[in-house]
Design a binder for this molecule. Sequence first.
Ligand code: ATP
Ligand code: MG
Length: 405
Amino acid sequence: MSAEATSAATGEVIVARYGELWLKGKNRREFERALVRNVRGAVEPISPCTIERATGQIIVVPEGRVHDVTERVREVFGFSSVSRARTISRELAADPEEIAKVAAVVFAEALESRPRNRTISFRVQTRRGDKRYPLVSSELSRFVADRILPPYEDRIRVQLTRPELTLGIHVRPERVYVYADRLSAAGGLPVGTLGRAVSLLSGGIDSPVASWMAMKRGCTVSFAAFHSYPYVGEPYRAKVRGLVRRLGRFQNKSVLYEVPFAEIQVAIRDACPESYRTVLYRRMMQRIATAIAKREKAGALITGECLGQVASQTLENLTCIGAASGLPVLRPLIAFDKTETIEIARRIGTFELSIEPEPDCCTVFQPTKPIIRGSLSVCEDAESNLDVDALVRDALERTERIVVE
Ligand code: ATP
Ligand code: MG
């Protein structure tokens, strides 16, 4: 059986830590409940797991595939760091020699991946979450260091502040945990603790990143995507669904509204000034997304807009666009450079899908000279030539709601 096959045999678990200083009372319970729920949703497709709550951390005990489960836990919002740990039952751990034996294994594993041609600074750090343990923290740290260091004296130098390698020992009432590396985690807040928002998801690079950033701050995100069938066809839809599926890794289950937009575009083309088309398209998107938000009990809209990134994203145009929504419009990327957005897109796995060259609805009847500094009164004048309510209602009636697991 491979090392990955079972963690029960090796006692390997995943310790995921969260910052807790600001958490109080009811908030705390909600936060922890959401964390457990989100972790369960994230890891269960990989391996059956037991999930335990402990102060300031959540312990995941997987039946197998420890590496893959660890990587998934690192993506769940709300954790500050994650470690793979080996465990010792409290009965066994009463004898510190047993802790030292496990520590020696963890230490040897950690050294395997580190350079051999220079010395490595090191310490043992013990935390006692259970004060009944017979040795105090410093005694246990020293005891273990004395046992595990001798074979490595030429490679290791003890250094108590900011060492390169820390072997952590955590004595808790249920068991003792030993780990070597603290892996970075996604940070943020558990999805679901800050309510729901509707993200306007195009097939581009920006809006998936904006959606991810809203999830990172605790929002559950529902998606609205506008398509211009028959001008822009099925491959665009498949691309958007792919993006939603990819983003679903961060919140387990997503709702996607697919809104037919061609009729609205035709109406705008036929009745409004050409240079205002793009801004007017966006205003209609805002109205429809606001209606969807009502249905989803969402409190805000999210877009991938960014100041000045394209000629249309000026303060004036963003004002015209936002004014069509009855809800706050959150623009997480507002001050990002494209390179910063692309870096995140690559990291969260949306970039490759986003750059597939599928045109979206905005390319339909594109104006030759789009307005740069739009005026709200011109928008409203132009829209007086349209039956806005009927267009919105009609699009909503033909909208498809799908759940992407
Ligand atoms: P993106 O990379 O997200 O497409 P962008 O920089 O290309 O953004 P625009 O195409 O002007 O900018 O779109 C601005 C925002 O409007 C998008 O980030 C998205 O939130 C929303 N949007 C644009 N087109 C659509 C669409 N077809 N469906 C849903 N939302 C859209
Ligand atoms: Mg775009």
